[in-house]
Write a protein that binds this ligand. Structure first.
Ligand code: GLN
Ligand code: ZN
Length: 764
């Protein structure tokens, strides 16, 4: 029996983020379309060459995208909403594509209105990853028709260079499941969509493709009857059309959908054995003899080196009975490209890691061990085994002090002392705030000066003292301005922070950082998640000095600003050798220490941001509540150590709050600020229905737009808020993200916001 290696998809952005820079130059008009396409083609060629050299048998094509692979497919199917057709210079050209991706500003008319401007498609998270796709839209009555067949072009491009590839195509059921239908169920269009898929597959067959990787990650979620029926119908039709289909599932186990998937008339099935290792036996039992199995055994979502011996022990009996493909659990899109680009990483930590390139090398090793025997690769296997063994015991990872502290956590440590009502009474006394108190979410503009100073400091051109002095001046200016404009609760401005997670990760033990470990978040935007490798502790206070300095400049309360444990966890690569919940609890204890130190220093209001709490929700409904339980628990552990008089704030970004309202209530924060400016306060309905007991600051200023809102608009929004909540519950603040705006926009907007609050107070 033979074992081969597939990769499912390679990072697109390039080892030095070449795609990002080419896109930005193109958008800025500095290069033309030809140059952009040339840069993209260069990246594709390099990716094929790299994967081939590393030993990939099944090279992917069409995994590359200029912006987003879901958008590529929508455009290929002609799902282009009318608003873009009107704004387009031609049919589905690059201009239309980027208008759908990022919106387009037309020519201004001098009074703030733009002609020919069009908003971007909605962007949302790709399953439970940090990658964002553009939500497909199908308008009522919209004609779907094939546009340029990018997938066929990419296949031919590879072939012309001597690479035989297996094109990657997002499957019809997943695409329809992600689509929004503007009042109509996208599945009403199933047959139209299938006709187009059949044409695409025929086109690929004509071009010579023997196999197509058809991705249906929706198969690892709870499916409706309509989705199940669609699977049967779709694959009955597509499986006969041309190339053989490798039905590819990832981000979880098939579970109750296994019999459905195994019965589809496809030629191959890829399963995720990293998220769901236990499904192997069931898959083997359900898979017909002729079905080619692709086993996702290397983690495509995380950065750890695999335990190859353990994997071989599982794979050897399987490989003895059938042909196998070995693959990462999912596309390698979600991990950084190459560990070799990280010369500064600690050597001990480095040996535990594997990025995309190293993961393919692991697959190659496993294949050789299975095809030619372990002895053929004895040495690299021994190295991997040594790394795995050291990781199990290294004192870099395992800290007895942290373990002891965790063991000593009692349930009472998650509870505040007084009831919400008692707390609210003492806090009112201590803080003495007016009705409708005004505040902001934490950051102020990260101007070119701020970024420049940080970069100079990073390069060593600006010494610590000089940088510190610069930041102090920025902070002092921000405090002075907040007093002048009349805000009630101030913030220091977060000028010293590069990123709300990285800033804390850098000061906690147990985290490592990369230089080039970028992962695509959306389009040209990349993030560099910290790597949480070991037990977490806080060697020293992280924010107290900055808070003390800011508070020393004013008599008004300055909020302490922290990032919460769940958000730090969700935006990092985390340990795979213990449950996420355990890592989260460790971070919570570290934040709890910081909260205690802030309180001791005299801080009367502490905000613990949980921007990413909602997005950590698992894909299966039944896993939702257990996740929320430990997430809320961790937040409470971080926050509840304070006296009743200390006001705990939290903040959450725009998200579907309704299903998690009980959890938000259970966090027991005294004040929560949320993003609502775009929703006309509709989000507050849920809070009202649920009788949310705490204080709420619904955002009244949509900071995502350069537009400065008027006092009247914000008064109107706050009156809407009062339809849902009692006036005593309400705070007034903007949405989050002031760091992305300019001072020229922030100053008048916040001044108008303060004026709005005064007007509301005047009328009582
Ligand atoms: N305190 C952070 C800020 O204001 C919160 C950012 C966020 O919610 N994403 O920038
Ligand atoms: Zn936010």
């Amino acid at each position: 029996m033979t074992v081969t290696v597939a990769t499912l998809g390679f990072p697109r952005i390039g080892p030095r983020r070449e795609l990002k820079f080419a896109l930005e130059k193109y958008w800025a008009g500095k290069i033309g379309e030809a140059e952009l396409r040339e840069a993209a083609a260069g990246l594709r060629t390099a990716a094929w060459a790299r994967q081939k050299a590393l030993g990939t048998d099944w090279l992917p094509s069409n995994d590359f995208s200029l912006y987003d692979h879901v958008l590529d497919l929508s455009v290929m199917l002609g799902a282009i909403p009318g608003r873009y057709r009107a704004a387009a210079d031609g049919p589905a050209d690059l201009g239309t594509y980027f208008a759908m991706a990022r919106g387009k500003t037309g020519a201004g008319d001098g009074c703030g209105h733009a002609h020919g401007s069009v908003t971007a498609g909605e962007m949302t998270k790709w399953f439970d990853t940090n990658y964002h796709y553009i939500v497909p839209e199908i308008e009522p009555g919209q004609t779907l028709a094939l546009g340029r067949l990018k997938i066929v072009e990419d296949y031919r491009e590879a072939k012309a260079q001597g690479y035989e590839t297996r094109p990657v195509l997002l499957g019809p059921v997943t695409w329809l499941s992600l689509a929004k239908g503007h009042g109509v169920d996208p599945f009403d269009r199933l047959d139209d969509v299938l006709a187009l898929y059949a044409d695409i597959l025929r086109g690929l067959a004509q071009a010579g493709a023997a196999w197509v990787q058809i991705d249906e990650p929706i198969l690892v979620t709870d499916l409706s009857e309509r989705q199940r029926l669609a699977f049967t119908r779709a694959y009955a039709r597509l499986a006969r059309t041309g190339p053989r289909l490798m039905l590819t599932t990832y981000f979880g186990g098939l579970e109750d959908n296994l019999s459905l998937a195994a019965a589809l008339p496809v030629a191959g099935l890829h399963v995720d054995l990293v998220r769901a290792p236990e499904q192997l036996d069931a898959v083997l039992k359900a898979a017909p003899k002729g079905l080619l199995l692709s086993l996702g055994i290397i983690d495509g979502r995380n950065v750890w080196r695999a335990d190859l011996d353990a994997l071989l022990a599982r794979l050897e009996p399987v490989a003895a009975t059938r042909d196998l493909i070995l693959a990462p659990s999912c596309s390698l899109l979600h991990v950084p490209i190459d560990l070799a680009l990280e010369p500064k990483l600690d050597e001990e930590i480095r040996q535990w890691l594997a990025f995309a390139v190293q993961k393919i090398a692991e697959l190659d090793l496993l294949r050789r061990a299975l095809n030619d025997g372990r002895a053929s690769v004895a040495e690299p296997l021994a190295t991997a085994a040594r790394a795995a063994a050291e990781r199990k015991t290294s004192p870099r990872i395992h800290d007895a002090g942290v373990q002891a502290r965790l063991a000593a956590v009692t349930p009472a440590m998650r509870d505040r002392q007084g009831s919400r009502a008692e707390r609210s009474r003492v806090q009112a006394e201590v803080l003495g705030l007016p009705p409708f108190p005004t505040t902001t979410i934490g950051s102020f503009p990260q101007t070119a000066d701020v970024r420049h100073a940080r970069a100079e400091h990073g390069r060593g051109h600006l010494d610590d003292a000089g940088y510190e002095q610069f930041l102090r001046e920025e902070t002092a200016r921000a405090i002075r301005w907040q007093e002048e404009v009349g805000l009630d609760m101030l913030v220091h401005g977060e000028f010293e922070r590069n990123d709300m997670v990285q800033y804390f990760g850098e000061q906690l033990s147990g985290f490592a950082f990369t230089i080039h470990g970028w992962v695509q978040s959306y389009g040209s935007r990349c993030v560099r998640p910290p790597i949480l490798y070991g037990d977490v502790s806080r060697p020293a206070p992280m924010t107290v000095e900055w808070w003390l300095y800011a508070q020393s400049l004013t008599d008004r309360p300055v909020k302490g600003m922290l990032t919460g444990p769940v958000t730090i966890l969700n935006w990092s690569f985390v340990r795979d050798d213990q449950p996420r919940a355990a890592s989260c609890r460790q971070i919570a204890l570290a934040i709890r220490d910081e909260v205690a130190d802030l309180e001791r220093a005299g801080c009367r209001a502490i905000q613990i941001d949980e921007a990413a709490l909602r997005e950590g929700m698992p894909l299966r409904r039944r896993d939702g509540q257990p996740y929320l339980d430990w997430a809320v628990d961790a937040f409470r552990l971080s926050a509840a150590g304070v006296a009743d008089a200390t006001q705990i704030h939290t903040h959450m970004c725009y998200s579907e709050f309704n299903e998690i309202l009980p959890a938000i209530g259970a966090m027991d924060a005294d004040v929560i600020s949320i993003e609502t400016a775009r929703s006309q306060m509709a989000l507050l309905e849920g809070f009202a229905r649920y009788r949310y007991p705490g204080e709420i600051g619904p955002g009244v200023y949509d900071i995502h737009s350069a537009r400065v809102p008027t006092e009247a608009e914000m008064v109107a929004l706050m009156r809407l808020a009062q339809h849902h909540l009692r006036p005593e519950q309400l705070w007034i603040n903007p949405d989050c993200g002031l760091k992305t705006r300019r001072w020229e926009e922030v100053r008048p907007a916040i001044a108008a916001m303060v004026a709005a609050a005064r007007r509301l107070r005047g009328r009582g």
